[in-house]
Design a protein around this ligand. Structure first.
Ligand SMILES: [Fe+2]
Length: 523
């Protein structure tokens, strides 16, 4: 189990000049999952890598981290990680929080093990003051078996300050044979669903064996939140029983096993995710084991608020059936939980930023097709609390909000209206949902047949007609999105990258411009 020593906070030790000729190239045999940075602030960052166990067990060397403001590492700061800190309890990974950096700086880093350097990584600390412009990328849903990660290669080339991962970084279940060659997954326990720590670690390790994913993690800091599949599909919390409900799972309504699995899922997430979050696995309250909701500030331009929409949610209403009418429970459910909601409202109200961006995992705006809701697992199942958020935005006159979302495996752009009726008067925010990076979409599934339509294309058309706040909806798309913020405008761009091709090009699917409180313009 992890302890509070989880994060190794180290001072920067010493500066030294070094000839770098000997340190070129990447070395997968020593660093098979590459390097990563995460959770940047004005003066700190989290750096991560993993050493190949066979190499470490045979050599038992210290690991050296080098950080430099120069791409040629002509001046470096070194941090030494003792050999005994690299061990099986963390699956041979190392995570370091580095403090004392300068705001708005570009830094290069690499790990060196027994004179062998890793891939060189790069990160930027967040700026202070009044930046003219800030761009960041965001992604969701990257099932390894469902497609290639060409989108990550394009992300690695984007000029962005960070990448927000909205969740489904792994999928705990193997849904069938891979959709592209060479992406087989075989859980160590032999089943089709992760039930052991080794299963979850195997998934992270295998997903991270992909070179395009490694490249994106090396080139930009990542800010990770999670969706459901980092633990179990569509999970929720049973407040009376004090444990998680995992529908359709072998541990459904099994308190001891579902809580043990929760600890395992958290441990695996922490092992492979370069995040700085509060962890207290000794707490008697499972809701206190990990707190991933947190916020980031980019000068006075952006306040990024990240929430956790899985860990505290009450069960989906109406047994997750999508029928309408007859689901009054939708008004009584909570997605955020009491404590997180109070925190979220406080953060929304914090003044002094041109833009607020809410990193929200699941679709916020209503989506009802021929009388049926698209998903009661998204905010439609939590309509009472959504209403509370809308009234809060309205009463506080907050209109500088962009909601970024994922989970649905579709691309969507919507005006968040003051009410979900055709003749809505006000636009309170823009919702910009990024499509799955590689996971199965409606174009490959058949669930749309339940809605009395003849294709996923017709489904999208009917959803737009019947939900007029939704301005753009596309099911047959995979890729990533970029948000560019200037003082006056938030511009969302969705990039389509064919997951079936290893060398796919990117193509812009839609560009949406939002000026606070105005109608969205699509280009
Ligand atoms: Fe997903």
């Amino acid at each position: 189990m992890l302890t509070r020593r989880e994060f190794i906070s180290v001072p920067l030790l010493y500066l030294l000049a070094r000839n770098l000729e000997a340190f070129a190239g990447d070395t997968p045999e020593v660093f098979p999952q590459g390097v990563a940075s995460g959770d940047p602030t004005q003066d700190s960052v989290v750096l991560w890598t993993r050493i190949e166990p066979k190499v470490h067990e045979s050599m038992k060397r210290d690991l050296v981290l080098e950080i430099s403001t120069k791409p040629d590492f002509s001046e470096v700061v070194q941090v030494r990680v003792p050999a005994d800190r690299i061990n099986p309890s963390r699956d041979y990974t190392v995570r370091l929080t580095i403090d004392g950096l300068k705001p708005g700086g570009t830094y290069y880093y690499r790990f060196v093990y027994a004179d062998v350097p890793s891939l060189t990584g790069r990160f930027k600390t967040l700026p202070v003051g009044s930046p003219e412009e800030f761009r960041f990328a965001f992604i969701t849903c990257q099932n390894y078996a469902d497609g290639y990660y060409s989108a990550f290669r394009h992300i690695s080339q984007e000029d962005v300050g960070f990448v927000v991962h909205l969740g489904d970084q792994i999928y705990e279940k193997i849904y069938g044979p891979p959709r592209v060659p060479g992406r087989d997954l075989n859980l160590p326990s032999g089943g089709k669903i992760a039930l052991t720590l080794e299963d979850y670690l195997y998934l992270y390790r295998t997903y991270l064996s992909d070179k395009d994913y490694q490249l994106a993690r090396a080139m930009h800091p990542f800010i990770y939140i999670w969706d459901d599949h980092e633990y179990a599909n569509d999970y929720s919390y049973d407040y009376e029983g004090g444990y998680y409900l995992l529908p359709g799972h072998p541990f459904y309504r099994k308190k001891v096993q579902s809580l043990a699995l929760r600890r395992i899922a958290i441990q695996a997430w922490l092992t492979y995710t370069p995040a700085k979050v509060k962890v207290d696995l000794d707490s008697r309250d499972p809701l206190k084991w990990i707190t991933i909701y947190r916020d980031f500030k980019v000068g006075d331009l952006l306040h990024l608020i990240c929430t956790d929409e899985r860990s505290y949610r009450t069960p989906q209403p109406c047994n997750r059936r999508y029928a309408d009418p007859g689901c009054p429970e939708q008004r009584k459910t909570s997605m955020l939980g009491k404590e997180q909601k109070a925190w979220f409202f406080r953060k929304l109200e914090e003044k002094g930023y041109h833009w607020k961006v809410w990193a929200n995992e699941v679709q916020f705006v209503q989506g009802r097709v021929n009388g049926l809701f698209g998903s009661l697992d998204a905010w439609d199942g939590y309509a009472g609390e959504r209403e509370e958020i809308i009234r809060f935005l309205e009463s506080k006159a907050i209109d500088n909000l962009v909601i970024i979302s994922g989970d649905r495996h579709a691309g969507l752009v919507a005006e968040v209206p003051d009410k979900f009726e055709g003749d809505y008067q006000k636009v309170l925010a823009m919702e910009f949902m990024t499509p799955a990076l590689s996971s199965i979409s409606a174009a490959e599934a058949t669930w749309w047949r339940d809605y009395g339509v003849s294709s996923h294309v017709e489904f999208a058309q009917v959803e737009k007609n019947q939900n007029p706040w939704t301005k753009y909806l596309e099911h047959k798309i995979w890729g990533y999105s970029v948000l560019t913020l200037t003082k006056d405008r938030a511009v969302g761009e969705m990039f389509s990258v064919d997951k079936y091709k290893k060398d796919a090009e990117k193509e812009r699917a839609v560009r949406a411009v939002y000026e606070r409180g105005k109608r969205i313009t699509l280009l």
